[in-house]
Design a protein around this ligand. Sequence first.
Ligand SMILES: [Fe+2]
Length: 228
Amino acid sequence: MDCAKLLSSNIRNFISQNDLASRFQNSGIAIIPNFLSDEGQRIIFHEVANVLPLLKRRNFTERTYGTDRIMNTIGSRELFAKTTYIQRLYESLIIRTTLGNLAGEAVFLPADENERVVINRLSRKNDVHGGHVDTYSFAFNIVVEAPPIGSGGELLVAKGSLNPEDLAGSDVDRYSFLKNDAYFLRTDASVHGVAPLTGTGFRTIINMAYASAENKDAISYSSDSLYG
Ligand SMILES: [Fe+2]
């Protein structure tokens, strides 16, 4: 099947009408609501549901940034072994071209094969994805499950800072999402993380990593502890 059928039909219009490329290049984030088509949601969310039992519980303090990772995850190797369309979508020309247009530069599949596409799931109160800066320049995230607004799990970004302590400061941007939103994030230039869940609900995302020409051959510092 053509990967374009997985995407809602108005994506190109939405991106150009909202001038998302210049917004992304200025702000480091572009949000695309209603990303997957009905058929795309049926196929992709079904693949995610099938692998949820394979996610591993993680609970540790990451050494480089000294922040907590309390959530369930699966890395690319296992994910790609059990699914079909998630990998096809990730590698598709339509996605790579679209993201390259948003970024204003070509995007590449990163060298670290286990971190190419991962699923991160915050499922219990106090689950958190602590502040960090990524090895690779870009992450494209599809929201599979979103906690109710006001129950934590917001994306936090301290624009231009590389210090995770700044995520606790007042100059932090907070983003809540709905199911089937997608967001494209510049991940190597600003510290970012996900706020702890404070109530019931789940925050499940498919996180697709893309590299710039400069960092495509780098090996991720966090891959083994989070996805190994
Ligand atoms: Fe990240």
